[in-house]
Design a protein around this ligand. Sequence first.
Ligand code: R7I
Ligand code: MG
Length: 311
Amino acid sequence: MDREILLSKIKGGLFGCALGDAIGELAFRYRDRESLETKIYRLDTLVYTDDTAMALGLAESLARKKDVDPEDIGDTFAKNFYSEPWRGYASGPPTIFSMVRNSKLSYVDAARTLFGGSGSYGNGATMRIVPVGLFFSNSDQIYEKAAASAEVTHAHSVGKDGAAIQAMAIALAFNMRPGDDFDPLEFIEKLEKAARTEEIKNRLSLLKILVRKDVPPSEAIKKIGRSVAVHESMPFSLYSFLKFPEDFKKCLYCAVLHGGDRDTLGAMACSIAGSYLGIENLPAKWLLKVENRNYIDTLAEELARAKGILD
Ligand code: R7I
Ligand code: MG
């Protein structure tokens, strides 16, 4: 694929995350398609939450270091959190930031102390992973790189596995041309083979059955779940993408209009959709409303430069 298309997919991935996140957050109050669409139309700005704030932090660190550097990622997350603590963070990451501030612990060691010493299996490392999937899209180290970025806040094996599989989904989507023969079962099988925990592997096997049977979202959520636990929400967001790979809006509505962790379901599903479709296939009127869109655009270009796509 030529550079222009690849750059458009990097922008699509970052803006997909922001749109899915911001609109998913609105969907907690506007719970059907019509009222949600009206609300978006009336708003001047689509405000994103911690999901995108952390994805941007990860992109900042990757663009600067051209690799996953856990301490730099942790410092970047912490700096961004302390300047905008109101973005809707769960309890885990801020606890880690304050532990590191007040002790000599590394971020990874602090993250390991959470939840009785198991580390978090929340979806927080997965919701932000899009820059890692894009940056390492052609690397055979993508799993390890994603897991290392996850560990900064999510030390649980399932928390890391979810993030690594989501990064691989983004890389697969990035490397495919929209409109080409898209085989959702093949897509899931590649991820299923790469998964390293029973929790994620089993959910992906189940997802394969549900996709093969073409069950509706209302059935899928009963079987998969869509809570803040990564082994529920990541597979359901994947379902939303696989059901509507060629249609960004339908994918987004599927992810955010079926309850659960709506902003993060939107961020995860639309990070994949945007990396697949490229920015020109995202709704132009919505893109104009994304908060800090000039900054996101610049950051996408910096990431592309670090990846060697832009001079
Ligand atoms: O994963 P995390 O960053 O949360 C992400 C969510 C997204 O919806 C964001 O939009 C934001 O709203 O928050 O934050 P964590 O605190 O690490 O995990 C989130 C929740 O998952 C925790 O509050 C727990 O309820 C649950 N959880 C666990 N529960 C029991 N045992 C995560 N890990 C465990 C665990 O090991
Ligand atoms: Mg959020």
